[in-house]
Design a binder for this molecule. Structure first.
Ligand SMILES: *[C@@H]1O[C@H](CO)[C@@H](O)[C@H](O)[C@H]1NC(C)=O
Ligand SMILES: *[C@@H]1O[C@H](CO)[C@@H](O)[C@H](O)[C@H]1NC(C)=O
Ligand SMILES: *[C@@H]1O[C@H](CO)[C@@H](O)[C@H](O)[C@H]1NC(C)=O
Ligand SMILES: *[C@@H]1O[C@H](CO)[C@@H](O)[C@H](O)[C@H]1NC(C)=O
Ligand SMILES: *[C@@H]1O[C@H](CO)[C@@H](O)[C@H](O)[C@H]1NC(C)=O
Ligand SMILES: *[C@@H]1O[C@H](CO)[C@@H](O)[C@H](O)[C@H]1NC(C)=O
Ligand SMILES: *[C@@H]1O[C@H](CO)[C@@H](O)[C@H](O)[C@H]1NC(C)=O
Length: 801
């Protein structure tokens, strides 16, 4: 029995089992290479022609199976549709519709054979849904109802396993134990995983042994070697293969690369590269500056290489400090206290370095710290002299005699070879040369008389310079010296103000008419105490008395009733004021008292004229000042007005002659009022300036010929000959001058006759007084034009004019 008949038989059995009517209805026949399963569905009439109840079930066709990737030359046979109504007379027509009908799948409409026209790929489309119909070719009557069936594409192992990534990147800490998971790799196989081993993948390691292993089932990569050291080898390339067909021969395979990096763990301690570091440092370096940098090496990286430095011991406690530069992990030794070569020339430190992040697992391997010695050698620097004190304060009485020593400063050279120090006073601080200093011992003298009342403090600066055999002016230092001038009672007290008072004619005796007080520029430490009294000479027949209040004031009191202004209009009362200091200073101050008529209440009504003006009027000084102000104001007003008028009147061209001159001499259009460049009238008024060859600044000359300078003509016998010679000379010049204007131009020349009284070129009047016609003409034009203008000379007829 061939395969086909077996299928047929099976199909019939299946049909009869379902319908109990074998041999009837549309039968689908299929063939498989595996010959595994085959069946057919059918419906229609039973043997007696009675139509069977149509049921979907009756049309549940089995699937056709078709091999993917068929490579044969003829069309691949899929199966056959057959209707029981087909009697082989060609009246039945089979029709196929659905996925790929007519293109991928073709049916022989006569015998129902289905063929695949193309290679099919299961991985592209695993099954196709189709519909079959059988109709009568002539009547188009459906012999069978439309039925649906599936063509399933049967898998073959045509896809190799593919890894989801290539390459994989992974890392695992160094020093990991055996079997530490690193990464899981996965390969997928497009083939049908539900069928056969085509999609069953097995992993194996091709490269990377003996460091790593892979689990064949799961693809998990693990370490296979203990204590791999990143510091020995950091990067590994592992190649993993995935093979399908469960890894058997004939299976397809794919590979991937896994880059595995060992990540760092702190398994190495920092180590100094030297046991002794030596640094030289100037004694003058500033506090906080770097003395030296030391460095310990650590094979680890990142935070596992971070370290901390410490000063374990030092023979200069607190002198130095060490910090870590976080970006370089260097130990930076900085200065904390000033160095002094003359005091200590060398320091020894013991420095320890330790990792910041210690991994206890490796702690047992050895000490995680290291020590080194650091030697710091202090170097001498030539230092400026140092004053004993940062400032000096000296006191001197204002009456101190000249050349008196008021104090001393003291500076010394801190260097080993200590030079003597020379002192001087910074003259900018003692412009008046009041003080001097002994250059070698620093004693300060006074040179001039002092006056505390004028200047109580003299703050000067003393300079100390090292005085080596070749004076070293760079090494100097300065110190302020505050000199306080002490007070001596050298001033007498005087009235506090210029008192002017009056007494009423009807005054009674013992009436207080004025309170007086006193001032004294001296400043006694216990404050002032002034004593007032009437001057001795006036005491006899005094008309007023002075009553000292013992509080630095005194009253002026009348001594008799009634004063008469007609009899005596002004009294001058001499008051003696003395101070309480030693030596006692006193002065006699005169108080002027006028006699005035008063009302009953004692208010002043009338004083004599002298008294009034003096009281009411202004002092002459103030009057003069006011007068001066008024005059100055007036002058300013007048000046301002004059200036304004002048500005208004000033025209562009001052006189008629100037207008004419301009028009005639410069046949060009200026730039209007604004154009100050095109034409310089000042030149006309000052012909001498022309010699400077002023180029028009607004026009670039095409060719520039320097003006020809001629020696002045020799003095002539008389004025006429003089002029003629001059003109001839100019004509000749012009004829031979390549730069001269064309013939039909007119040239004018300035000419001042030899006998001219004109001292200056503006002296037109003096020139005209000569009365000579020709000369007159020239003098009118000439002085204004010494320059060759846009005119011409050269025609004989012109020569006479
Ligand atoms: C020390 O100071 C000297 C000048 O006094 C200078 O020339 C030298 O460069 C300095 N040395 C250091 C290390 O700073
Ligand atoms: C650390 O050292 C680097 C390189 O020498 C330097 O540029 C940086 O300024 C230092 N940082 C500190 C905080 O000292
Ligand atoms: C100045 O000071 C030095 C020590 O710094 C001392 O030996 C010397 O006597 C002092 N001179 C005076 C005049 O005080
Ligand atoms: C300077 O030298 C003198 C001797 O020349 C010595 O007596 C003195 O102590 C020295 N001063 C300093 C500050 O070294
Ligand atoms: C400095 O020298 C002067 C002049 O020789 C002398 O009068 C003065 O006393 C000296 N000063 C000191 C502090 O020795
Ligand atoms: C001088 O110094 C003293 C003390 O520092 C100060 O009181 C005074 O105002 C200063 N005088 C001048 C003129 O600088
Ligand atoms: C006092 O007043 C009388 C007249 O009134 C005068 O003669 C005499 O000189 C006055 N005495 C003094 C000291 O002015």
């Amino acid at each position: 029995m061939d395969r086909r008949s077996v299928c047929l038989l099976l199909a019939m059995l299946w049909v009869s089992a379902h319908l109990g009517s074998p041999g009837l209805g549309l039968r689908a026949l299929r063939r498989t290479t595996g010959g595994r399963r085959g069946s057919a569905g059918l419906t229609g009439e039973d043997a007696n022609g009675v139509p069977l109840r149509r049921s979907k079930r009756g049309w549940m066709w089995n699937q056709f199976f078709l091999l993917e990737e068929y490579t044969g030359t003829d069309l691949q046979y899929v199966g056959k549709l057959h209707s029981d109504g087909d009697r082989g007379d060609g009246s039945v027509k089979y029709i196929l519709t659905g996925d790929g009908a007519g293109t991928l799948f073709k049916i022989d409409e006569k015998n129902g054979d289905i063929h695949a026209t193309k290679r099919l790929d299961r991985e592209e489309k695993a099954f196709y849904l189709l519909h079959a119909k059988a109709i009568n070719r002539f009547t188009n009557e459906a012999l069978e109802g439309e039925s649906e069936f599936i063509i399933k594409i049967h898998d073959i192992n045509d896809n190799e396993p593919r890894f989801t990534k290539d390459p994989y990147i992974a890392s695992v800490p160094e020093m990991s134990d055996i079997g530490t998971s690193v990464i899981q790799v996965t390969a997928t196989d497009a083939d049908d995983a539900t069928y056969g081993n085509s999609a069953r993948v097995v992993y194996s390691i091709l490269e990377g042994q003996p460091y790593f292993s892979v689990d064949p089932e799961t693809g998990l990569i693990k370490t296979a070697l203990a204590n791999m050291d990143r510091e020995v080898k950091e990067h590994y390339q592992v190649v993993i293969q995935a093979k399908d067909m469960a890894g058997q021969m004939g299976g397809l395979s794919g590979t991937t690369t896994v880059s595995i990096t060992l990540s760092d763990v702190n398994d190495n301690p920092p180590r100094f590269t030297k046991t002794l570091y030596e640094f030289r440092v100037n004694e003058s370096i500033e506090l906080g500056s770097t003395v030296g940098v030391i460095r310990a090496m650590d094979a680890d990286v990142g935070e596992n290489a971070e370290m901390e430095y410490r000063i374990m011991s030092s023979d200069g406690p607190g002198m130095f400090d060490i910090t870590t530069n976080r970006s370089t992990q260097e130990g930076v030794i900085v200065l904390r206290k000033p160095l002094d070569f003359e005091r200590k020339r060398q320091y020894s430190l013991r420095i320890q370095v330790e990792n910041v992040h210690i991994n206890p697992r490796f702690y047992a391997k050895g000490p995680f710290r290291d020590d080194a010695s650091v030697k710091i050698l202090v170097e001498d620097v030539d230092e400026p002299p140092v004053f004993e004190h940062s400032s000096y304060t000296m006191k001197v009485r204002e009456d101190a005699p000249r050349n008196k020593i008021i104090g001393s400063v003291n500076a010394s050279d801190p260097d080993d070879k200590n030079w003597t120090v020379r002192y001087s006073i910074d003259r900018h601080t003692d412009m008046d040369r009041i003080f001097s200093i002994h250059a070698w011992n620093g004693s300060v003298f006074i040179q001039r008389d002092l006056d505390r009342e004028e200047k109580a403090w003299h703050n000067i600066t003393v300079v100390a310079i090292e005085s080596s055999e070749c004076d070293n002016p760079r090494q100097f230092s300065k110190v302020p010296v505050y000199i306080r001038v002490l007070d001596v009672n050298d001033n007498a007290p005087t009235f506090a103000t210029n008192y002017e008072t009056f007494v009423c004619e009807n005054a009674k005796a013992n009436q207080r008419i004025q309170t007086v007080s006193a001032t004294d520029p001296d400043e006694p430490p216990g404050g002032h105490s002034f004593f007032f009294s009437l001057a001795q000479e006036a005491a006899g027949k005094a008309n007023f008395s002075v009553r000292d209040n013992k509080d630095n004031t005194a009253w002026i009191v009348t001594r008799r009733n009634s004063y008469n202004s007609l009899q005596k209009s002004v009294y001058h009362v001499p008051v003696v004021i003395s101070d309480g200091e030693l030596p006692v200073q006193s002065s006699t101050n005169t108080l002027t008292i006028r006699v005035c008529t008063c009302d009953r209440e004692g208010n002043m009504k009338l004083c004599n004229a002298e008294a009034l003006t003096a009281r009411a009027g202004l002092s002459t000084g103030a009057l003069v000042a006011i007068l001066l102000c008024v005059i100055i104001l007036l002058m300013i007003v007048v000046l301002f007005a004059a200036l304004r008028r002048q500005r208004k009147k000033e025209p562009l061209i001052i006189s008629k002659e100037d207008v004419r001159d301009n028009v005639v001499s410069y046949n060009d259009e200026g730039g209007g009022e604004e154009d100050t460049q095109a034409f310089d009238i000042g030149t006309l008024r000052n012909p001498e300036a022309i010699e400077e060859s002023k180029q028009r600044r607004d026009i670039v000359p095409e060719t520039f010929y320097p003006p020809v300078r001629r020696p002045p003509p020799a003095p002539a016998r008389d004025n006429n000959g003089d002029v003629r010679d001059f003109i001839n000379q100019r004509l000749q010049d012009n004829d031979s001058d390549p730069t001269a204007p064309p013939y039909d131009s007119l040239a004018t020349y300035a000419y001042e006759g030899s006998g001219s009284v004109a001292e200056s070129l503006s002296s037109l009047e003096s020139a005209t007084t000569e009365g000579d016609q020709d000369y007159n003409y020239l003098s009118e034009w000439g002085p204004r034009f010494k320059k060759l203008a846009d005119m011409y000379g050269g025609d004989d007829s012109d020569r006479d004019s």
